[in-house]
Design a protein around this ligand. Structure first.
Ligand code: SAM
Length: 356
């Protein structure tokens, strides 16, 4: 992105002293970790004890080890700098690539700092990794690139300039947003869906949404495609997914998937992408893995995963989430092959009350 980041990129590949990057050491770190565990039982935010950190650290694989070696990619989380280590990955190894890079915003990822810059400089940053990343995608594969309203046009331009075919701009609604006095509160983000060729996998039937119906289509038998609601709750209908997603909840403290990652994506959002654009057993790659949401969701949906994350603490969270996924493959908002509306339990109750 800029000189500061370039130096950081080089530093990260060479220098890893094995410390978690929260700036604390020894006893202070232990106290902090143990205090975190004393939260209200309703708060499900993931936190690790020092002992857990030590155990998980032993399982971490450093991306820098890829130098001159053949990387073991299947179901692997690499700790390291994707930009500095991108050349270690084999061409066309991934069927699906989900990219959620740092947006063009000033943001501190637990010590990994990004500074908002010009669109031109952000475009240059994207160009330091996007061409190689596209090379890692199978010819029949799909790539999803996440952004916000501010960097979205830059992402579109970068995809086009790198020869990708763009099929959709998905906009997903953030339920909450910071109020603004001088303009409209920003409550949405974008995801660009692009492929290399016209021959790509897409399974629309796997990502249907169950909606409560207010004004149904009718045929001679009555309302079309209705399914009666459970226990008197309103009738629902299965609909094909559009490019506007208003059913996503940003992870928060009472959700089992929640971590303290500042920009964590929800498993439900990732499940939609993974189910629509990959088959069971396919390799899903995420070069900016964060708290591991892509890897965990891919695992829960019987895909292979591979990811890279520069912040060690986030890698540990991802590994811990993967351990938990061995015991529960639940994805909040997705059940029996169907996605539900946001707050579907509240909606069910509302429809039930209306009837009585
Ligand atoms: C927008 S966040 C991704 C969040 C992720 N989707 C999740 O659900 O947790 C971007 C992540 O990229 C990481 N990152 C930034 N530069 C990186 C690099 N060069 N290599 C690998 N990871 C990087 C950041 O630490 C941050 O966790």
């Amino acid at each position: 992105m800029n000189l500061e980041n370039k130096n950081r990129d080089e530093r990260m590949l060479q220098n890893d002293d094995g410390n978690v990057s929260d700036g604390l050491k020894g006893k202070a770190k232990l106290n902090k970790a143990n205090k975190e565990k004393q939260r209200s039982p309703r708060n499900k935010t993931l936190s690790l004890l020092l002992e857990e950190r030590i155990t998980l650290s032993k399982k971490l694989i450093k991306l820098s080890e890829g130098e001159g070696a053949k990387l073991q990619l299947q179901n692997t989380i690499f700790h390291g700098n994707f930009i500095a280590g991108q050349q270690f990955f084999p061409k066309k190894f991934a069927k699906l690539i989900i990219v959620d890079p740092p947006y063009n915003l000033t943001k501190d990822f637990h010590g990994e700092k990004f500074r908002k810059t010009s669109n031109e400089a952000y475009f240059e940053y994207i160009q330091t990794w996007l061409p190689t990343l596209i090379g890692l995608l199978d010819d029949a594969g799909s790539l999803y690139l996440c952004g916000n309203w501010y960097n979205s046009s830059v992402l579109w331009q970068a995809l086009v300039e790198n020869g990708m075919m763009i099929h959709n701009r998905i906009t997903w609604q953030r339920e909450k947003g910071r109020g603004a006095k001088n303009n409209w509160k920003n409550c949405s983000e974008d995801i660009w869906f692009a492929t290399k060729t016209k021959n790509y996998y897409y399974n629309a039937a796997a990502v249907k949404l169950k909606r409560h119906v207010l004004a149904p289509y009718r045929n001679s038998q009555g309302p079309k495609d209705w399914q009666p609601g459970e226990n008197g709750a309103g009738a629902t209908r299965l609909t094909y997914a559009s490019n506007f997603w208003d059913d996503i909840t940003v992870p928060y403290w009472s959700m089992a998937e929640n971590t303290e990652h500042p920009t964590q994506k929800s498993e439900k959002l990732l499940a939609k992408i993974i189910l629509a654009s990959s088959a069971p057993g396919d390799m899903v790659f995420d070069p900016f893995l964060g708290s591991g949401s892509t890897a965990v969701t891919a695992y829960k949906l019987q895909r292979q995963f591979c990811g890279v994350e520069i912040v060690k603490e986030y890698c540990l969270w991802a590994l811990c989430r993967l351990e938990k996924a061995k015991h529960s493959s639940l994805i909040q908002g997705y059940k029996d092959g169907v996605f539900s509306e946001r707050n579907s339990e509240i909606l069910k109750r509302k429809f039930k009350q209306k009837k009585t």
